[in-house]
Ligand binder design. Structure first.
Ligand code: GDD
Ligand code: MN
Length: 383
């Protein structure tokens, strides 16, 4: 029997281990060319501050996770979390933060767009008492430099205005993906955070602000300006889907979370479904000459399929069904929607009999089926 020997490592007692003071959380998707160099830059910037470097990778096809494991063989303060079957920047960040016990953590993009050079100053401000310190492109000497196209800069500035609507704060860059905070403040609000989309900071600020107000305390937010840099290697994952998810988050927060983002997106998809339904009906009945019953049946199936596909991309992007589960998911979606339609008709007829106003009855019937379909598909389709 051969015994593996680790001769090159002299075992050190636990006292030789320095607990990290700061956790640097790096969400990644297809960033294999970026993570190694980012670690070097962060290590240089932090100097003697003990830190850990946690990369949360959603099983990137380019093999980012394997690169991180190689890094961890060289640097004991590097860790990789490889998530399988899940996607999403916000949920990756949340998971990385929860995997660490360091008293402070920072979130930084893998693509070198954020200037790691300001991390020590951010940490200093947090130690001095700011609960959240945001790296800002729009305040003080900060700028978007060459980092954003003109269209994206305009979009980003508009999104900033929308966000200030719900934070009530005049933060210069609530859209930033670059921030540092104390972990207790995060731990308090973690269960309330939304998993979807890109806007984790905004979500934290709103939730923490509310939590603090509840306890009669003020939330202290600090800002450190920096210049946004162009992406180092690879491509951005920003997309129209992410923009719509962001708008959903804003509306959800305006209702103080009463209407969850996923419900709003589900309703939006339903609205598009009606248009698809009417379009198909018109095409099959008016243009192709199908009789009404067949045309209506075809339109229903097309609309349900469309709704399933769009919900899978938009509403449930973070738990997207694939392969075999895509098929069974679609069948369960059909089943639930059929029952939803029955519920719709019964509620509407009941109200109509009582009230006699068709639009009110029709509207409440639709509302009934949206609520029904949403709640039931959450249990059976997108678990
Ligand atoms: N784990 C994981 N899963 N990471 C992801 C995912 C995902 O689904 N999507 C993106 N990321 C990682 C990227 O690998 C990168 O490290 C970081 O999140 C930011 O993604 P980019 O694709 O580079 O986004 P961006 O540059 O368009 O947007 C950034 O800048 C915006 C400001 O203009 C982000 O920081 C946004 O939060 C920020 O608002
Ligand atoms: Mn980027």
């Amino acid at each position: 029997m051969t015994v593996v020997q680790f001769d090159s490592h002299t075992r050190k007692g636990p006292e030789a281990w320095i607990a990290p003071h700061l956790a640097v959380i790096v969400p990644s998707f297809n960033e294999r060319e970026n993570v190694g160099l980012l670690y070097e830059k962060v290590a240089t910037a932090l100097g003697s501050i003990p830190f850990e470097f946690i990369v949360v990778d959603d099983n990137s096809p380019d093999g980012t996770s394997a690169v991180v494991r190689e890094m961890a063989q060289l640097h004991p303060n590097v860790r990789g979390i490889r998530r399988i079957g899940r996607r999403g920047l916000s949920s990756a960040v949340i998971e990385g933060i929860l995997a660490s016990s360091a008293p402070y953590f920072a979130v930084i993009d893998a693509d070198h767009q954020h200037d790691e050079g300001i991390l020590p100053l951010m940490l200093e401000k947090a130690i001095a008492g700011d609960q959240i310190v945001v790296g800002t492109r729009y305040g003080g000497d900060g700028s978007v430099g060459e980092g954003l196209s003109k269209t994206r800069e305009a979009g980003s500035r508009f999104a900033t205005k929308l966000s200030n609507l719900i934070t009530g704060e005049t933060l210069s860059d609530p859209m930033s993906g670059f921030f540092l905070m104390r972990r207790e403040v995060f731990d308090e609000v973690a269960p309330a955070l939304s998993d979807d989309g890109f806007k984790i900071l905004l979500d934290i600020i709103v939730s923490a602000g509310r939590f603090h107000a509840l306890h009669g305390k003020e939330l202290r937010i600090g800002e450190v300006p920096y210049t946004f840099r162009p992406r180092h290697a690879g491509e951005s994952k920003m997309s129209p889907i992410i923009v719509v998810q962001f708008l959903g988050l804003i509306v959800s927060k305006l209702t103080r979370g009463l209407l969850p983002t996923s419900f709003l997106l589900f309703g939006l998809v339903g609205g598009f479904g009606v248009i698809v339904h009417m379009g198909t009906l018109w095409l099959t009945h008016e243009r192709l000459g199908f009789n009404f019953v067949w045309a209506q049946t075809a339109a229903t199936v097309v609309a349900m399929t469309f709704n399933f596909m769009l919900n899978n991309e938009l509403t449930y992007a973070s738990k997207k069904l694939r392969g075999w589960r895509y098929l069974t998911g679609m069948l369960s979606f059909y089943a639930v929607c059929s029952i939803g339609a029955l519920a719709n008709v019964s509620v509407a007829s009941w109200i109509y009999a009582y009230d006699g106003q068709f639009y009110l009855a029709g509207l409440l019937g639709v509302l009934m089926s949206v609520v029904f379909n949403y709640s039931v598909t959450r249990v059976f389709t997108w678990r």
